[in-house]
Design a protein around this ligand. Structure first.
Ligand code: TTP
Ligand code: MG
Length: 355
């Protein structure tokens, strides 16, 4: 039953390291470690798959990682860059569904209602590759636990589906460590009482299981059977949607800035559509090379929803900002003042302000 498969879990491969390899082609195919500096007792945030072959993993002291593979390339964490990619990823998700539950910078659950989950999963993977030049591992199943388990099964660049039939076949033999919330310590505790596989947990005496797992025993036994009723937890309703970019190089080119505003208008229109809201306020923000910020807003009771309408307003606001002859390092566009479908549009008026 394909309609049964309504959850996608997406997790990017070696996220921080993959971004660094993408942006510096000479690092491709090489062992790369991203993390805290060895001189200041830093730990590894992540390592490229090439580096993992040497036993390097997240959480290990960077100094130890460099001992395991002395010719690997070490890079410090550039969180601003990774966060930007994470936002781009989120925007890709929002084109496909508004049921999004982010778990971390590079990972999210997505709920799909229309029965097209396999196709949408493939399209998302493809879009991520095309637009971000990064690989993602996709897991699809009929509940959250199994979708997450699936995305991890064929990493990197995986695409794994766990149907009910497949779950019956593969779950019994999986090691207890793959159960959600079982870390190395609880794993050892379970081993000590003779429980190694999911099937051991399913068959275990409940008293014994409770002794090791406490209150979580019931829930974890259900997971071991492939049962998980948790719903996708969509993020709190946003009050605004915004897009911004710090330019690779400061610019005084109006064309470059307007092109960004045009791209942002498309993205914001998509996000409004996905969230089924319209926005009454459009704000353009500029940061100059001396780090001063300027913004201009326009609020209109005739709510904005199309990319065209957002862009037209943004272009007018941009002209008022008068960037002539000044170098800009960041450009941003925001829509706010959401109007939900059950709220009628009211009388028309507009105003703008400067901050
Ligand atoms: P993960 O998704 O756990 O790891 P990953 O994307 O690097 O590799 P893969 O999913 O292919 O196994 O985490 C995402 C990012 O979060 C990771 O690139 C770096 C960061 N991170 C840390 O900073 N510290 C950590 O301990 C872990 C696990 C991740
Ligand atoms: Mg990842």
């Amino acid at each position: 039953m394909v309609a049964d498969l309504h959850i996608i879990h997406i997790d990017m491969d070696a996220f921080f390291a993959a971004i660094e390899q993408r942006d510096e082609p000479s690092l491709q195919g090489k062992p790369v470690i991203v993390g805290g500096r060895p001189q200041s007792r830093g730990v590894v945030s992540t390592a490229s798959y090439e580096a993992r072959k040497y036993g390097i993993h997240s959480g290990m002291p960077t100094r130890e990682a460099l001992r395991l593979c002395p010719f690997s390339v070490f890079l410090p964490v550039n969180m601003v860059k990774y966060k930007e990619v994470s936002n781009q990823l989120r925007r890709i998700f929002s084109r496909y569904t508004n049921q999004i539950e982010p778990l971390s910078v590079d990972e999210a659950f997505l709920g799909i209602d229309d029965g097209n989950t396999l196709q949408l999963g493939r399209e998302m993977k493809h879009t991520i590759k095309e637009e971000l030049k990064l690989t993602a591992s996709v897991g699809i199943s009929f509940n959250k636990f199994l979708a997450k388990l699936a995305s991890d099964m064929e990493k990197p660049d995986g695409f794994t589906v766990i149907t009910r039939e497949k779950a019956k076949l593969i779950l019994p033999e999986l090691p207890v460590r793959r159960l959600w919330g079982i870390g190395p310590k609880t794993e050892t505790d379970l081993h000590q009482v003779g429980l190694y596989t999911f099937s051991d947990v399913v068959k275990a005496d409940m008293m014994l299981l409770t002794k090791v797992l406490g209150k979580r025993a019931g829930e974890i036994r259900l997971l071991a059977e492939g049962i998980d009723d948790r719903k996708i937890q969509v993020e709190q309703q946003a009050k605004s949607f915004g897009e911004e970019t710090t330019l690779a190089r400061d610019t005084d080119s109006k064309e470059v800035l307007l092109q960004h505003l045009a791209d942002f208008s498309d993205m914001l229109a998509n996000r409004l559509q996905a969230a089924k809201v319209k926005a009454r306020t459009v704000t353009v923000k500029i940061r100059y090379d001396d780090f001063t910020d300027m913004s201009r807003s326009k609020t209109s009771q005739e709510a904005y929803e199309s990319s065209r309408a957002i862009l037209d307003t943004a272009v007018g606001l941009f002209a008022k900002l008068n960037t002539e002859g000044r170098r800009v390092r960041l450009v941003g566009l925001q829509v706010s003042g959401f109007l939900f479908p059950d709220q009628p549009e009211q009388m028309q008026f507009t105003f703008d302000h400067e901050s």
